[in-house]
Design a binder for this molecule. Structure first.
Ligand code: GCU
Length: 342
């Protein structure tokens, strides 16, 4: 059953929002309300997959749980939602791996530019428990754990009016990046001026020329309307950053063994459905961007971009040596699935 409560995150800070949510009560006619927040539109693969999760869990445990999905930043920015999940004001949220880096340094790894040699290597690595488990469990002390990953494609630069063919073209441009030290460092190396801000602020910032461009997957052009303002999208392929569904640990620990396994099946379903929907959604987004929004797609040589940020891998491993074995495992997947371009 769906009953969206319009909660205005712009008015409430995360703390006040937490108080408001707990004031709403955690049960609905004896059922426990399970709140899941994310920042995508309702037709986005993430929302479609979460709705399947809702249907699945309620078909098995509907007498006990009422799953409520809050899309489109209704519960605030991703950073707000992670904090709400930590405290248990909400039970789950989808956060970009970039954002999680500020909650646990382990997440820094998946934010490295050019970490994965191909989409196949990325998918195999993210499906490998030896790679993800140590990272996904590393935030338990902070009150949340990752329960599955969600494909968010490849991130590329796009600008209002400057075609990006090489790192030199980024010089002097203000480019929105996600709020993470790795993304700021990457932008510094590539020569643009990093402008960190939340996803929901990007459209207005582009339109009012506070920034000259941004970087994201193709869905941002259509689902978020950025292609109405930005006319050049350059496939420099700098990052494959997953989205992560995180859950409140106290909520997860309170589940009985049987409930837990149904929730686990639901998490696997989210991953499966989202990945299937993703392929279709990106194709449709490219088509719409090119034919309706007039976005020009560019295919620069990715090597100069990659070489410019290559030092970030050694820098990160020197800073977080514990991540070396996981990094090495990723290289095994890279060796098995080399770049499609080679
Ligand atoms: C993608 C990603 C989101 C993220 C956004 C951003 O859309 O799926 O999780 O918030 O990029 O750039 O902030």
């Amino acid at each position: 059953m769906k009953r969206y409560r319009r909660i205005l995150p712009v008015i409430f800070g995360a703390g006040m929002l937490a108080a408001a949510l707990s004031g709403c009560g955690g049960s609905d006619g004896g059922k426990q309300i399970v709140r899941i927040g994310h920042n995508q539109a309702t037709d986005h693969p993430t929302n479609i997959a979460l709705m399947e999760f809702e249907e699945y869990v309620e078909s098995k445990l509907g007498d006990k749980y009422n799953i409520e999905i809050y899309p489109s930043e209704l519960l605030g920015s991703q950073t707000d939602m992670v904090q709400l999940t930590q405290t248990g004001a909400i039970d789950f949220c989808v956060a970009s791996n970039s954002i999680l880096e500020t909650f646990s340094e382990n997440y820094t790894l998946f934010n490295l530019p050019y970490l994965f040699s191909s989409a196949d290597a990325y998918h195999m690595a993210m499906d490998d428990p030896q790679i993800v488990d140590p990272i996904f469990e590393s935030t338990k002390k902070a009150g949340f754990e990752a329960v599955t990953w969600i494909d968010a494609g490849t991130r590329n630069f796009y600008t209002v009016s400057t075609p990006i063919e090489s790192p030199q073209d980024l010089k002097g441009l203000k480019i929105r990046v996600q709020q993470s030290p790795t993304n700021v460092r990457m932008m510094d190396l590539l020569g643009g001026s990093a402008t960190p801000m939340g996803f929901g602020e990007v459209y207005t910032a582009l339109q009012s020329k506070v920034i000259d461009g941004a970087e994201n997957n193709e869905m941002a052009l259509t689902s978020n309307g950025h292609g109405d303002v930005c006319k050049y999208y350059s496939y420099d392929m700098h990052q494959m950053i997953p989205d992560i569904l995180i859950g409140n640990c106290a909520f997860m620990d309170d589940l009985s063994e049987e409930e837990r396994s149904i929730f686990e099946e639901g998490f696997a379903l989210i991953n499966k459905v989202e990945r299937e929907e993703w392929v279709k959604a990106v194709e449709a987004a490219k088509d719409k961007a090119a034919n309706e929004q007039g976005v020009q797609f560019l295919y620069p040589d990715t090597k100069p971009f990659q070489e410019t940020c290559a030092s970030m891998h050694t820098e990160m491993l020197a800073q977080y040596p514990d991540l070396q074995p996981i990094y090495d495992k990723i290289q095994e997947h890279n060796a098995q699935h080399p770049s499609e371009a080679e």
